[in-house]
Design a binder for this molecule. Sequence first.
Ligand code: MG
Length: 381
Amino acid sequence: MTKRASFYPTNDPPTIGPDTPLSTEPLTATLAFSPTVEPDIHTDEPDAPMTIREMLEERERRELSSLATLSANTRGRILPLSPDDMRTDFQRDRDRILHCKSFRRLMHKTQVFLSPEHDHYRTRLTHTLEVAQIGRTIARALRLNEDLCEAISLGHDLGHTPFGHAGERVLQRCYQESFSHCQQSLRVVDKLEGLNLTYEVRNGILCHAGDTLADTPEGVIVKFADRIAYINHDIDDALRAGILKPDDIPAELCEVLGETHGARINTMVRSIVAESREKRTVAMEPEIYKATMRLRAFLFERVYTNPEAKGEEGRAEALLETLYRYFVDHPRELPDEFSATIEEEGIARAVCDYISGMTDRYAINLYKSLFIPRVWGQKEA
Ligand code: MG
């Protein structure tokens, strides 16, 4: 069961949530940026000009759905931070995530196919970018907060282990406390990277998978966007790898969802936009949802558990488990940055943070350096 972080600021209860209906007002609001907004929100300094951030916040109030999460209404951060004069709080969170080291490491973490050498397979980074694209498209169409959606999307998998879900299984097995990539993603932004993000972004990251729905409609969109992205790109990569052939995809699902990769994403995205406007809550049309879930089940059966596709997973798990046991037994060999965690939360927690943060290639190279004997080179004459 997904844990909720216990240190959220306890201001007002959220005014919107997944059950809050969405506006069905026509999507005709202009996106034109107007620098001539009346500076009426400066109650204490009526004559002071508005900052760019204040104009952006005003634009959100004016143009977004009444059910959107407004950046000016954020429930705040764990540590106080004076507002930026150019960016809203959610834009600032997006930038903090994009510039952190954990984000760059996503480039060398497996999505499904381990350490792919072929140029066109997805990695955890390209998956993340596809989630952000899908999430932003839906948020924009529903006049919800695109910046919040983007920030949650970019941060949602920061805690993913090397070697995809094989790595997650190792830490779930070895680490006595619970481990999930969602909880770890929150730990990355809060503790390991110290990004001090807003409640709404942290909540969306924590709730992007599992049973708990995010408190904001933008967070619920990311949960859908994550599924739409991986279902479709994992099929695309399985076709590329020859694990699937186009004819393998059940014809009745292609009939409902579309014949091509792009058509299927389009159907799913449009279905969410149509149903959410109609039902006033973030949802997908029942027929499309059913077909999407059947496609996901097909993917589990034919790709995620396919011995050819997953042939290296056993070895990847053994490699990570060996590293885990080694560092639990040799905590002094952990990098210095984990000293405080060892002291405050114990060795196992520090090892878990270290292993989950590794890229595939870092883990492989570390294993080689610790356990594979180096051969003697020929002495130069
Ligand atoms: Mg994901």
